[in-house]
Design a protein around this ligand. Structure first.
Ligand SMILES: [Zn+2]
Length: 221
């Protein structure tokens, strides 16, 4: 460090300014207006830009020109891809994915849901942030391609018993199920109301044996 010439520090300053201006212009040219929702593809672009911009900032032997070439090539690829996506439905589905039903009619849509690697904790947190205390309040929950979740509520008079999203209820596993009480399957959200007391209730929908007490509170608006 000590034998680093001051002139190189000036050079670093100059490179920072150039990279900053080039990056800003390139991102502007890419046609995006914000960074709130990035697709996976766009994230790849930003990461590539970041690493191409990083090296020439402080490595003396890495010049500015290769980095700028990288920016221009990536921008070209990005424009080509967005063009392809706008022309082909197939390419769009492959790149952007398609919306996925997470909840249908107060229960998890397990055939679609299980394929998704989305963490249940994260999903429940999202539901709680919208004052949803159990999934019996939800008609439809859809994971959009942007990563956001759309929720359609059941009207209050149609709210049914559902799997609680509240941690103190969700983690309270029930081994013995009592007669005529509503229980929710922790895996798929199916509601069961055993006719007799039992310790061996198998979920008719998903085959698991993992129950919690279901609740049917109305949604607070
Ligand atoms: Zn189940």
């Amino acid at each position: 460090m000590s034998n680093l010439p001051y002139s190189f520090l000036l050079e670093v300053l100059f490179r920072c300014v150039v990279i900053y201006i080039v990056l800003l212009s390139i991102l502007k040219l890419s046609g995006r207006r914000g960074i709130k929702q990035l697709s996976i593809f766009e994230l790849v672009i930003i990461l590539t830009f970041g690493s191409a911009a990083g090296d020439p900032l402080f490595y003396e032997d890495v010049g500015l020109i290769p980095a700028i070439c990288v920016f221009i090539i990536i921008l070209g690829l990005y424009r080509a891809t967005t063009y392809l996506v706008s022309k082909s439905k197939k390419a769009e589905r492959w790149l952007e994915g398609k919306p996925i039903y997470l909840i249908k009619d107060g229960e998890f849509s397990i055939d679609e849901f299980s394929k998704e690697s989305m963490a249940l904790d994260e999903f429940f947190a999202e539901l709680r942030l919208r004052n949803i205390s159990h999934i019996g309040q939800v008609d439809l929950a859809i994971l959009e391609t942007t990563g956001e979740i759309s929720i359609f509520y059941l009207p209050n008079d149609k709210v049914k018993y559902g799997l609680p999203t509240l941690p103190h209820l969700f983690y309270e596993r029930q081994v013995k199920l009592y007669a005529n009480k509503n229980y929710a399957c922790r895996f798929c959200g199916k509601i069961e109301k055993p006719e007799t007391e039992t310790t061996k209730c198998i979920c008719p929908r998903c085959g698991k044996q993992d129950w919690v007490v279901a609740i049917n509170d109305k949604k607070i608006s």
